[in-house]
Design a protein around this ligand. Structure first.
Ligand code: PSU
Ligand code: MN
Length: 303
């Protein structure tokens, strides 16, 4: 197979040609991170937030082996309803293309495709990282951040992770973590991990300045971590209890590998009576909006 599997859809190619800002959005959170129908509602709300902020959304997934950049609404809905799309991280893309599979893309795979498509800003919920304890499980998101020059706007790393270890791993890999209007690293459902970021940025322009300078110096991934705003954030003590129970359930069920993160997110949704879902939806939409603002800053600059 020699044809280029990259499939840039017209809204994306038009926007790029006109120098308009485009924001990449991922699809694992749709297919594996959130349940139906919250997943479709969230995916649509994220796209709407990007548009309202004056940029063009490009949700990315693998469809029949094509690396699609800018799913249309029918494709978005099919992916949200499909119980069978795989979860593809960077390592899985070649197999998915060769075998013409459907796959939702994680942060790592989405970054890689976004970069090939010439996009520089990408929004998600929370990046993957270092899972606590044994067995050894470190998300491919961290290594992709080490090599691919894309800014990932997120609510930090998922609060199910070992966050001090995740920040250390990012430092080792040369990935700056910019706290958006925050001195500490956001913790997904929780407002703060209490851990310091590389630098605080207070405006989209400042985030764009730091990312652009990082890239000019040959740097790769940049994390922009925005704390979940206001009342949707969860109480840390309550969350810790749910998290302990979810981890115990994962051990009992033998959930590991790529299935671990979706298992924990689903269990937390049940234990919290849907509060983690509400938080997850809000943070994804807020990140999409901020990503659009940063993408507009970058699009307005030469080079
Ligand atoms: N953000 C969310 N929900 C998710 C994810 C991000 O709000 O489900 C996904 C991302 O695609 C991320 C993945 O790359 O979880 C991490 O999975 P793992 O720990 O297996 O690398
Ligand atoms: Mn993993």
């Amino acid at each position: 197979m020699t044809a280029d599997p990259l499939d840039l859809r017209p809204p994306v190619t038009d926007a790029s040609r006109q120098g308009r800002a485009v924001v990449a959005l991922e699809s694992t959170l749709i297919a594996h991170g959130l349940p139906w129908p919250v997943n479709l509602e969230t995916a649509r709300a994220a796209e709407a937030a990007v548009r309202e902020a004056g940029a063009v959304p490009a949700t990315i997934a693998v469809l029949a082996g094509r690396l699609v950049v800018g799913l249309d609404d029918g494709e978005l809905e099919r992916l949200a309803r499909s119980g069978t799309a795989r979860k593809a991280s960077s390592r899985d893309l070649g197999v998915a293309v060769a075998r013409r599979l459907d796959a939702a893309t994680t942060v790592s795979a989405t970054m890689r495709i976004a970069h090939r498509a010439g996009l520089r800003v990408f929004a998600t919920g929370g990046i993957g990282g270092v899972h606590p304890g044994a067995p050894f499980d470190v998300s491919a998101d961290l290594d992709e951040l080490a090599r691919t020059p894309v800014a990932v706007v997120c609510a930090g790393a998922k609060s199910i992770l070992d966050l001090p270890a995740t920040l250390e791993a990012l430092e080792t890999r040369g990935v700056p973590v910019l706290g958006y209007q925050s001195d500490t690293f956001a913790a997904f459902y929780l407002r703060s991990s209490g851990l310091p970021v590389t630098a605080r940025v207070d405006t989209p322009a400042e985030a764009a300045d730091c990312a652009a300078a990082h890239w000019r110096l040959g740097g790769a991934g940049v994390v922009v971590a925005q704390p979940l705003p206001g009342p949707a954030a969860l109480d840390p003590e309550e969350f810790d209890r749910w998290r302990g129970e979810a981890e115990e359930a994962a051990r009992r069920a033998g959930a590991g590998g790529a299935a671990l993160t979706p298992f924990l997110l689903a269990r937390l949704a049940e234990l919290s009576g849907g509060r983690t879902l509400r938080a997850n939806r809000e943070l994804i939409v807020a990140n999409a909006r901020l990503a659009a603002q940063i993408a507009r800053e970058l699009a307005g600059r030469a080079g």
